[in-house]
Design a protein around this ligand. Structure first.
Ligand code: PL4
Length: 402
């Protein structure tokens, strides 16, 4: 059979398996090396007791006739209502909240809403799923040049010069704009004025924002918006995805949600929410019942305290990494309202810096070029790790690069 032309178009490997492969190769060649990962943003700390008790109770109930439940395609009503109450001041109905098995999975499925010809814009650098997922549904042709730029994707550079918030005039008409805040990989958090400008630009271009708020629970500055819906007009033009992965430590449990407001309409006047419901009922069978029981526990007051404590722990790690890099005179941003630190190595190829840090410190990082052309010359340090490993990694960086 002929190969799917979208698969032909996509760049060879997805970023994170490539990092994992390089780690395996290094470990095989250096069996005694104690490698520390500040690379893939994977949580490391045990799920805290109250939330874990919610998961355990969810599993226990499944073993009883009264508590057993099967498919729950649309997600527990109680969980949807609780998400609306805890995160959005009750401004959304349960019908506007869709429970998922994680933000990444919904980002992939959301692309089905708009189809192959849709113009796409992304922050550059950005989480690779936005670009790769767009290529998979045919929104872009083959990549060109060594940086692997896709002709039909609009890259909105986020640089030191624009303080990591892009110029918005190039947002395409009737297209999709992927926007992530707190940002992966730069750690930048858009303020209220910036998000208002984004919403205004999207409305003026009749475009839709897919707002990825997976790291919203890391925001500590009360002036910074945690949701795009804190901005007037966003309900008409923005879909928000979020997740329990990085807040409750559910990276392996798998639970998230998306919001598709009832107000959002296509140019034909038809409802985007209705189509999303149709797609979810067709290609998704709901999140795990056990995960949803854990999600409910995460949303009550004890669970919220645990989320604050867990995200506070990773933010503590981020501070240590940032201090270590700054003490070496390396320019870096992020890490204060986000678990990622974005460090600049001017004039250097980021894959080369990745290899140098691995060779000299046995520390895994993520090369900025993997997140887009504007990521060249940067390295992303992830703050997900045990405290002792973070301290050890910082010590190795200090000894090697001072
Ligand atoms: C490694 C901006 C990490 N295998 O867990 P989910 O699906 O709810 O959320 C995934 C996600 C969504 N949105 C943003 C993210 O950064 C992430 C997770 N990203 C990273 O290191 O950048 C984990 C990546 C994972 C992957 O391929 O996504």
């Amino acid at each position: 059979m002929r190969r799917n032309s979208c698969m032909v178009n996509i760049r060879a490997g997805y970023l994170f398996p490539e990092i994992a492969k390089r780690r395996r190769e290094y470990a095989a060649a250096h069996p005694d090396a104690k490698i520390i990962s500040l690379g893939i943003g994977n949580t490391t700390e045990a799920i805290l007791p109250h939330i874990n008790a919610g998961l355990v109770e969810g599993a226990r109930r499944l073993g009883t006739q009264e508590g057993y439940s099967g498919y729950q395609d649309e997600g527990l009503q109680e969980l949807r209502e609780k998400i609306a109450a805890v995160f959005y001041g009750g401004k959304f109905s349960a019908q506007e909240i869709f429970i998922s098995d994680g933000a990444k999975c919904d980002i992939g499925r959301l692309q089905l809403l708009f189809g192959a010809g849709t113009p796409v814009a992304v922050q550059d650098p950005s989480y690779p799923v936005y670009v790769d997922g767009s290529v998979l549904i045919g929104a872009a042709d083959g990549a060109s040049g060594s940086a692997g730029i896709y002709d039909r994707i609009v890259y909105l550079p986020c640089t030191v010069e624009n303080v990591f918030f892009p110029e918005l005039s190039r947002i395409p008409s009737k297209g999709l704009v992927y926007f992530c805040s707190p940002n992966n990989p730069t750690g930048a958090v858009a303020n209220r004025e910036q998000l208002a400008a984004l919403v205004k630009a999207a409305i003026s271009k009749s475009s839709i924002i897919i707002f990825d708020a997976a790291y919203s629970e890391y925001i500590r500055d009360p002036a910074l918006p945690k949701s795009i819906y804190e901005i007037e007009g966003a309900r008409e033009c923005a879909i928000e995805v979020n997740s329990f992965s990085k807040s409750a430590g559910f990276t392996g449990v798998r639970l998230g949600w998306s919001i598709v407001p009832a107000e959002m309409k296509y140019e034909s006047g038809e409802s985007v929410n209705a189509d999303w419901h149709r797609i979810c009922s067709t290609v998704f069978n709901g999140a795990s019942n056990i995960a949803q029981a854990g999600g409910l526990a995460a949303l009550d007051s004890e669970g919220q305290k645990e989320i604050r404590s867990l995200t506070g722990f990773y933010l503590g790690n981020a501070q240590l990494i940032r201090n270590a890099l700054q003490s070496l005179g390396i320019f870096c941003v992020g890490g204060d309202n986000s678990p990622y630190i974005w460090a600049q190595f001017p004039g250097r190829d980021s894959w080369e810096v990745f290899s140098e840090i691995l060779e000299k410190c046995q520390v895994i990082t993520t090369p900025g070029a993997g997140f887009g052309p504007a990521g060249g010359g940067f390295i992303r340090f992830s703050a997900f790790g045990h405290r002792a490993d973070i301290e050890e990694a910082c010590q190795r960086l200090r000894i090697t690069f001072q």
